[in-house]
Ligand binder design. Structure first.
Ligand code: AMP
Length: 190
């Protein structure tokens, strides 16, 4: 199985690149943000609890996220060639949880692709996306909050994965196609 984490700040292009990866490598996409947005849309108890947290740009609790991810992996693991995690893990507790879950299921993480984009460019992209997406968390204030949460809670994962020799950096500043070619070269070797 090819199990990869696509890592990067909000606006790095994780969603766009995930789509291309899953299409070529035949993998299953797990975007915790997409799952949560669907729960909100369906007005499930989980969605109703998560909405305020998401609209404030904060993180939904690790327990909820890990349960959600476990459920999807359990449902699909026998049918797929691997998983692409997008927007997960976002905290050390989630990364530990993923390792424990993989161990329990006899799976392993193949690598973590980190998309690097500088912050002014990220804010720019997110403000542009805000006009098109209608996402309620794409306002300037919430965008800044999400970058701050990323710096504080999520950036430590870079070292976590570096120490485990799982980290691969990709420049996220080129065209969609250029960036994808660099990701592809890495995935072909994993
Ligand atoms: P995203 O689409 O990945 O930017 O996620 C949108 C929002 O959903 C985030 O700002 C968080 O509020 C929540 N969320 C998504 N994934 C996670 C996660 N792994 N841990 C905690 N909260 C998450």
């Amino acid at each position: 199985m090819l199990n990869i984490v696509l890592f990067g700040p909000p606006g790095a292009g994780k969603g766009t690149q995930s789509e291309k990866i899953i299409a070529e490598f035949n993998l299953f996409h797990i975007s915790t943000g997409n799952i949560l947005r669907e729960e909100v849309k369906q007005q499930t108890p989980l969605g109703m609890a998560a909405k305020a947290v998401m609209d404030a740009g904060k993180l939904v609790s690790d327990d909820i996220i890990l349960q959600m991810v476990e459920k999807v992996i359990q449902e699909h693991k026998h049918k797929v060639k691997g998983f692409v995690f997008d927007g997960f893990p976002r905290t050390i507790a989630q990364a530990d949880g993923l390792m424990a879950l993989f161990q329990k299921l006899g799976l392993s993480l193949s690598g973590v692709i980190s998309l690097t984009v500088d912050e002014p460019e990220l804010i720019n992209r997110l403000l542009k996306r805000a006009q098109a997406s209608g996402r309620t968390d794409d306002t300037e204030e919430v965008i800044k909050k999400r970058q701050e949460v990323y710096r504080n809670e999520t950036v430590p994962l870079l070292q976590y994965y570096q120490e485990r020799n799982l980290l691969y950096n990709v420049n996220g500043m080129g065209t969609i196609e250029e960036i994808y070619q660099n990701i592809r070269n890495i995935l072909q070797k994993l």
